[in-house]
Design a protein around this ligand. Structure first.
Ligand code: UDP
Length: 253
């Protein structure tokens, strides 16, 4: 049997050639890394959870007219996505101070920000994904002024949508990272949300207890990461409420 072609392998996902031109299969691994891959582990079931959670968010975004690369989930670990030209930026939106903004600007973690703040980081592992400004982005040609305006608008719509959904299940969306790609239709280009949206790329805090339900559990050794992601999935109805804390979750369709 012919082996399918691997297009790219990252830290947490693999991209394979898709069944039709312009499509890819995105495979979610259990590999977990933090601090630019200095800390690594394999967390059984994480890929399955992130596949389902990213499907849940991307599908919802598509439904409200925020374009994403997501087409459909194929199986427990794979989804069919549109092939995009990734803009080499990580777009971060923050509602509450945490992580790098707290360190950089000396703002205590947990301080609500006066308004959502959108930041851009240049995607380059060797450089540790440095924070960049609009000046750098436009001067170096990573995106145009129009792209910048569109990226900010997209990121804020994603923020409103995910914040609302999470608030409905008692979770605060503290911050998140998205990646944005270009899709070409003939001479026309549009920007879509790509990569993944999962607790690997968000900070999620329980609104009552402040408990962390995201990758900080792994980064800061706060407990079992798969249990935290399972809790998010259960609250969102992506997993049945009686699912086992982890191992191999029973997934509903
Ligand atoms: N983030 C991410 N990938 C990265 C860097 C950050 O998904 O390479 C997410 C991170 O999980 C958090 C948000 O972006 O939800 C803001 O991260 P921050 O800049 O505070 O960096 P960190 O403290 O995670 O190093």
């Amino acid at each position: 049997m012919a082996r399918r072609k691997k297009i790219y392998e990252g830290k947490a996902k693999i991209l394979y050639e898709g069944p039709e031109p312009g499509t890819l299969v995105q495979y979610f691994k259990d590999d977990t890394t933090a601090f630019n891959a200095e800390k690594k582990d394999v967390i059984e079931g994480k890929g399955v959870l992130n596949n389902r959670l990213s499907e849940f968010f991307m599908k919802g975004l598509n439904e409200i007219g925020v374009p994403t690369h997501f087409i459909k989930r194929i199986n427990m670990r794979e989804q069919l996505v549109r092939s995009v030209e990734i803009i080499p930026l990580e777009v971060v939106v923050r509602n509450v101070a945490a992580g790098s903004i707290s360190k950089r600007l000396g703002i205590a973690e947990g301080t609500p920000l006066p308004r959502p703040i959108v930041e851009f980081y240049y995607k380059d592992d060797a450089l540790g994904d440095p924070l960049v400004t609009e000046e750098h982005i436009i001067a170096f040609g990573w995106a145009t002024q129009q792209d910048m305006d569109d990226m900010v608008a997209l990121a804020l719509r994603v923020n409103d949508f995910i914040s609302g959904i999470m608030m409905g299940v008692g979770i605060k969306l503290v911050d998140f990272k998205i990646e944005i790609g270009r899709i070409w239709d003939g001479d026309f280009m549009r920007l879509v949300v790509a990569d993944e949206i999962s607790p690997d790329s968000c900070r999620l805090w329980d609104m009552e207890t402040g408990q962390k339900l995201d990758k900080d559990v792994f980064r800061r050794d706060l407990g079992n990461l798969a249990d935290a992601y399972t809790e998010v999935a259960k609250r969102l109805g992506v997993l049945p409420n009686n699912a086992t804390p982890m191992g191999k979750p029973t997934l509903i369709n």
